[in-house]
Design a protein around this ligand. Sequence first.
Ligand code: BDP
Length: 713
Amino acid sequence: MKKLLIIIIGILINNSLLAEDGYRLWLRYNTVHDPALLQQYRQQITSILSPGDADGLFRAQQELITGLSGLLGKQISMQMGVNNGTVMVGLPQHFSFIRTLVGDTALARLGEEGFIIRTTRRDGKSVILITGNKEAGILYGVFHFLRLLQTHQPIQQLNISSTPKIQLRLLNHWDNLNRTVERGYAGGSIWDWQRLPGYIDQRYIDYARANASIGINGTVLTNVNANAMVLTEAWLQKVAALANVFRQYHLKVYLTARFSAPVEIGKLKTADPLNAEVKQWWKEKANEIYRSIPDFGGFLVKANSEGQPGPQNYQRTHADGANMLADAVAPHGGIVMWRAFVYSNESPEDRFKQAYNDFKPLDGQFRKNVLVQVKNGPIDFQPREPFHPLFGAMPQTPLMMEFQLTQEYMGFATHLVYQAPLFKEVLNADTHSKSSSTVAQIIDGTANNHTLTGMAGVANIGSDINWTGHPFGQANWYTLGRLAWDNSLTSAQIANEWIRQTFSNKKAFVDTVQQLMLASREIMVNYMTPLGLHHIMGYGHHYGPAPWYNKAPRADWNPVYFHKADSIGIGFDRTASGSNALAQYQPAVRQQFENMATCPEYFLLWFHHVPWDHKMRSGKTLWETMCDKYYSGVDSVRWMQRSWNRMQNFIDAERFNQVRQLLAIQEQEAVWWRNACLLYFQTFSRKAIPAGYEKPDRTLQYYQELSFPYAPN
Ligand code: BDP
């Protein structure tokens, strides 16, 4: 009895001393709450056996000790010898029985990053084996094992084998050297450049742990709107210091390469990719980088887009530019990720079509170590976009997915928006370019037999104590890693495991919050851009609605360019009678979207200019349906608030209150979106907001006059 009391007090102290400020992300390792389960786990896990002198296993061992000791509420340590419940962690060369037990074929299938977790018997004792071909696999296996406990899974008969579906699983930081973050809403950059390389912030280690725990194996440290200075010697030392930390967690470092760097920091007269001196400059630059960072991943490049320099400045193609850089890093095993987010305002062409027009003809012209990185949709990370028509259109080129975790168009770090349903919607879309060619199959290489594959998420991480500003922003970071590892996971599975690790395993909590998360993306679409509306946000900072805006220096930055509302109707005609962007899709996709009767209503205004009194499938008119959507969006935010309020007793007051306050702002901003958009569109539709709906309490003029000179951007 006394012992039990001590244990209980121990658990209480252990769990309550740790402030729930969100810093620990999904790696909290609080002691398992359920006493019966805790007792079971304590019987099933008693010690760790792992080679003490194996350098490469050190971080995995450390994590296992910390994780298990926390979860089991008692010290679990490395011991010699095998007992019932020993967790054996090692490579086949460490434990000779592994090869026979697992078999060479199964081991080979694991590759460099895969792992096996198995319950087996050694010396008559029941043990749990975590193994892989390489240290990286073991690290991932350890995190997976800890996740099983964190999410209260049974562990008596484990037989798990897992390998990543995608090779490059990356974060893209849009972090500037002055520590501002482009489109960052969670504070400043976590890279403390000024104090690097001498000062290693604990954050770097925790960042690397968090990434490793979800399988992320690379990070691009710098903004795509790049600064060449990061490629100078002094800065490369800082980068190398980060790489030294990250390497221990199997996280590679990449940089953005400013195309004009040879001119800006190399004193050359040109950056023409076919110029011999330019080629030589980049080769030497690559050699210099690899001397201090032998496992440097490579370059991410934004070229000839939104004012960035690129090969087209010299009448060269994107392939010329990419290949020149690819040749520089190839001898070191590096890669180039060349972004397809290009569009020019000099061209009168529908912005939707421009990336495809530029890139499709280049298929087959890229070096083997080049990936073309394509945003999920053709415009720009909108709440809902159809899949980018380049997916499926460049079979000879590895296409890499770029998602945006930072919520530039999704309410910044204020709105609760779980993005997995958005990502899954794109991944599951069928490009019809082959018999098995969903977007997922294009990017995981199975559709066109590519082994070089990648998925990136534009990071939502900043210096805020909880990393992502909104506590639920963490879920999007988490999702990126999990989906890049296994794109067959469902949004529900990912939400479920994230909630359990981050907050609580209590069923009522998990069920409610999971439901709320799964609904949140569609709710946001409804109060911001229903029925296929897109790009109608505030100019520049992108905060709030401004569908009326038409003063941007370029047409394709103006909301009016995208919604085209007039007295007849609303929407962008991208059929053959309009810009014919639909011709960029395979016939099966095109036909579905070009026919108003078969086009999913949630894409309608992406592709059609639709009369205000067009009858929708429900029998209501377009205008009525638009009103319904906007109103239901706001109502649903109120539903989220009510659901959340019921969760008060399940979790810590700190995070409960943060989310409660943020939801209240989200509600106000949803009302703002709804009112501003409907009042404005009403000037074209000339129809009333249906009776029974609360009327906007402000005028259109009020909304149009709001200005936000200091909104983050
Ligand atoms: C847009 C952002 C801009 C980025 C650009 C990009 O507004 O800040 O630089 O995308 O992806 O969404 O290059």
